[in-house]
Design a protein around this ligand. Structure first.
Ligand code: FES
Length: 142
């Protein structure tokens, strides 16, 4: 079935940090999504990996910074509630992360959002659109 692609097991989502994966949206554009722990059912949330203030990636490949149930934007330090996705502080105050619908069953986390198709674990393969923000350093070749 199209929905319900398995992302990972809930045990693989770090207590502090995030599990990064890639989906494609309805336009066929790849988007990064982070899974983070949340104190409310079902124990994790999925958010598009972009700070709504200036399109900054929250997880830059090594896990998002988190403290006391909040995701910390690496650019200006605004903190987002890991369960609700909202922000009431700093530069991003009044904004909310974009939610991605997931389900947890028997310890497995699945993508059930009809707006997205699961692509793969980890970051996007390319960085040819506007999702990385100005602070990206990933243009260095091998
Ligand atoms: S870019 Fe995230 S708070 Fe400014």
């Amino acid at each position: 079935m199209a929905a319900g692609a398995r992302i990972t097991s809930i045990d693989e989502v770090p207590e502090r940090g995030s599990h990064l994966f890639t989906v494609s949206d309805s336009h066929g554009t790849d988007r990064e999504v982070i899974l983070v722990r949340c104190g409310e059912d079902p124990g994790v949330r999925a958010w598009v990996n972009v700070c709504p203030h200036e399109y900054q990636r929250l997880d830059r490949g090594r896990g998002a910074a988190m403290r006391e149930g909040e995701i910390i934007c690496p650019k200006h330090g605004s903190m987002f509630d890991a369960c609700a996705g909202d922000c009431d502080n700093g530069e991003a105050a009044g904004t909310t992360l974009t939610a991605v619908e997931i389900a947890v069953e028997d310890g497995a986390v699945s993508l059930v959002d009809e707006g997205y198709t699961y692509r793969h674990d980890g970051p996007r393969d390319n960085d040819d659109d506007d999702n990385d923000g100005p602070s990206s350093t990933s243009h260095i070749g091998f």
